[in-house]
Ligand binder design. Structure first.
Ligand SMILES: [Zn+2]
Length: 406
């Protein structure tokens, strides 16, 4: 950080010395290095009337990183344009470019987007690690008995396992952590993705390209002719992909995919709405993992506090513990968490196993509420309970838990 600090302190003097042509590359290298070391997903270069602000997005939050005087704006944007193969003299139209950057033996793709604004060009750089560290299944944040349930279903040789939730809920991370439990040297594992986020050794990964008419269902039709054992379809978006996926799951393949639904039980309704036959759903689908991502409290500055009275009922009825002997947690921020109080993220889960009773209920057209009730009776932990449980064990704040529950 030495150079950036110098720039900040001696800004005026350095400007007078006309250093920027020489030193802007170094400044940018330091910004990229710092962003990557802090696991940022994006870097924002935001011009204002009189200055340029640099933000990092870390764990979903925008954090201010540095401020530059306005006259650095142009040289910085110009340098980024050179690095990413963009036109330097184009200032009126948006541009998209690409570059790569390596730090600590880690290679990162930089996806550069330039947008003209009233204060000049704004640049946002998405950072994509070429081979991000896969999160292992046991580190996703599943409670031990849930994890065992999932592991049991990974022994199957056919059937469908679904991860569901809104965008950004960690569905693909979960799928990859499951897929990486298999030995890819002895099994034919093939994926269809949009985009390819993780690269896994020995796994055949294919990028979907809807612009040229190559979608998930086309890819899936071809994949099943490639003698696969395990198939991952990035997302089930339409009836064609859903029915091909179900068919593959019933013909001796283990199929993993994701769907945009809010609850585990709601996924069945969603498949029914896609005109998939009830019998086929119950025959093919084995496990539905509904999930959310939550910011994890920093372990280094975490503090417990007594559960406030208004929460007593909720904790007693939902988690089934005595709130008087339990705590919530908060954190005020320290150097380990960039003063945010949060470090990393944790998954919140609701895992539905399709037991014979539940299969019967689906076939006979029982309501979501009835199925959910039965699932809870058979041991399913609803998402809201998992969230509250993680609030009393100190993984997340009660505010995060309530946010996820709504
Ligand atoms: Zn901290």
């Amino acid at each position: 950080m030495a150079l950036l600090d110098t720039l900040q302190k001696e800004g005026d003097m350095l400007i007078a010395g006309g250093f920027e042509e020489d030193r802007i590359p170094e400044v940018l290298d330091e910004i990229f290095t710092e962003a990557i070391r802090r696991h940022s997903s994006d870097i924002h270069f935001k011009p204002l009337e009189d200055k340029l602000l640099v933000y990092f997005r870390i764990d979903g939050q925008m954090l201010p990183f540095k401020e530059f005087e306005k006259l650095y704006h142009h040289p910085i944007v110009a340098r980024i344009k050179i690095l990413s193969g963009l036109k330097i003299d184009e200032h009126r139209l948006p541009q998209d470019g690409k570059s790569t950057f390596a730090v600590d033996e880690k290679e990162v793709d930089l996806r550069v987007s330039v947008l003209p604004t009233s204060f000049g060009e704004k640049v946002v750089i998405r950072l994509l690690e070429k081979s991000p560290n896969l999160v292992s299944l046991s580190d996703l944040g599943m409670l031990p008995n849930i994890l065992m349930k999932v592991q049991k279903h990974l022994q199957a040789t056919y059937g469908m396992i679904l991860a569901v939730g809104p965008t950004g809920s960690g569905k693909s991370t979960s799928l990859f952590s499951m897929i990486s439990t298999f030995d890819a040297t002895t099994k034919n594992i093939s994926t269809l993705e949009d985009p390819i986020e993780y690269r896994i050794p020995n796994v055949t990964q294919t990028q979907i390209n809807t612009e040229i008419g190559f979608d998930f269902s086309d890819g899936l039709r071809t994949l099943v002719r490639q003698d696969p054992d395990i198939i991952m379809v990035g997302e089930i978006r339409d009836q064609k992909t859903a029915s091909l996926g179900i068919e593959s799951a019933l013909t001796g393949h283990l199929v993993f995919s994701t769907l945009h639904t809010n609850t585990a039980v709601g996924t069945i309704t969603r498949l029914l709405n896609m005109n998939i036959d009830r019998y086929l759903i119950t025959a093919a689908v084995k496990l539905i993992i509904s999930q959310r991502l939550s910011r994890k409290i920093c372990n280094f500055c975490r503090e417990q506090y007594a559960i406030p009275k208004p929460y007593y009922d909720l904790i007693q009825t939902e988690v089934g513990i005595n709130p008087e002997n339990s705590f919530f947690y908060k954190s005020k921020g320290c150097e380990h968490c960039n003063k945010t109080g949060y470090k990393g993220r944790i998954g919140l889960f609701e895992v539905l196993e399709l037991s014979p009773t539940i299969e019967e209920m689906i076939v006979s057209g029982k309501s979501d509420q009835e199925i959910e009730k039965q699932a809870v009776k058979e041991g399913m932990i609803p998402l809201r309970k998992d969230a509250l449980y993680k609030a009393v064990t100190g993984d997340i704040t009660i505010e995060e838990a309530l946010r996820v529950m709504t």
